[in-house]
Ligand binder design. Structure first.
Ligand SMILES: [Fe+2]
Ligand SMILES: [Fe+2]
Length: 306
């Protein structure tokens, strides 16, 4: 029986209308100007409403949201995003990792990320021992293990980089190993691109070399990310076989400034002899009809011995 899940990224769903001047110190001021001049025309409510209608059409085991729900990570944006998540579905159906915009400056956890905690938590009571709070997160649905990494941390002005902290780096190999031993299809999801040299220097994952080496050593079956607001396909050769790395564009974009128009991806995973079959159905926003429609389809065969 195939299993279905979807990934969306970078909805940048919040409005900064009416924010207080005193909230716009340091990096947030630059982010506010960028929203005022460009981003509010690019990331649109009507696209998000179409997204919601389209998502409601299919039953998913899990919806992965790979960060950048906000523009400048203000507490009121976290609240707006929490309400949006609640409209989208229950926390056990939606698994979230934050993006660089969500953590653009240091902010009190209880006023920001704590509001999304239910959507970032791991399953409780898993036989594969795992803490329920913090990253890497782990949710198991049928034959699929969803492993979330956070690359979001405050960086200097004008930098959109990310870093996976040393605690996550130290826990990830054992988690990948345990989920492989359990015969699961391992989906790793994060905001930044983990492949070295595929992203602009200003937007890169600073420790991509370590993450890439770790994936090559321990394997995974699929890696999903966002951040670049462009569709992208890469592959890594791992000790377990080839590993597709797929980037999805922003889920709310009109594509006005060279980025791709809004997309999200649906995945269907099926165990086949000698591995897995992965069907990818890309859903693309069409402004003429104001709805998400069928985009490209692709099927991959992932050979695995476990
Ligand atoms: Fe983004
Ligand atoms: Fe980003």
């Amino acid at each position: 029986m195939p299993q279905c899940f979807a990934q969306l990224s970078d909805p940048h769903l919040t409005s900064l209308e009416g924010v207080r001047r005193r909230d716009l110190f340091s990096k947030r001021g630059l982010g506010y100007l960028s929203w005022r001049r460009k981003r509010r025309f690019e990331h649109r409510k009507e696209v998000l409403e179409a997204l919601q209608r389209d998502l409601a059409l299919s039953e998913l085991d899990q919806l992965l949201v790979t960060g950048d729900l906000t523009h400048i990570g203000l507490p009121q944006e976290f609240e707006q995003a929490r309400q949006w998540l609640q409209e989208l579905g229950k926390p056990d159906k939606i698994a979230l990792v934050p993006g660089n915009h969500d953590v653009c400056v240091a902010a009190p956890w209880r006023e920001t990320l704590a509001l999304w905690q239910d959507y970032m938590s791991s399953d409780s009571g898993l036989s594969i021992a795992q803490e329920t709070v913090g990253f890497p997160s782990l949710r198991v649905r049928g034959a699929i293990a969803f492993i979330g990494l956070s690359s979001a941390c405050p960086k200097p002005p004008l930098m959109a980089t990310g870093t996976i902290d040393s605690e996550q780096l130290s826990k990830l190999p054992a988690l990948l190993q345990r989920t492989a031993d359990a015969g699961l299809f391992r989906v790793v999801y994060l905001h930044h691109c983990p492949v070295v040299g595929k992203e602009k220097w200003r937007k890169r994952l600073t420790n991509a070399p370590e993450i890439q080496a770790l994936l090559e050593e321990n394997g995974a079956e699929l890696v999903l990310h966002g951040h670049g607001h462009r569709a992208h396909y890469n592959e890594l050769q791992t000790h377990h076989g080839y590993l597709p790395i797929i980037a999805v564009p922003s889920a709310s974009a009109l594509g006005l400034h060279g980025a791709d128009i809004a997309h999200y991806n649906r995945y269907q995973i099926e165990r086949i002899s000698g591995g897995w079959q992965v069907s990818i159905n890309s859903r693309r926003y069409r402004p003429a009809v104001g709805e998400f429609c069928e985009g490209t389809n692709r099927t991959l065969q992932i050979n695995r011995s476990h």
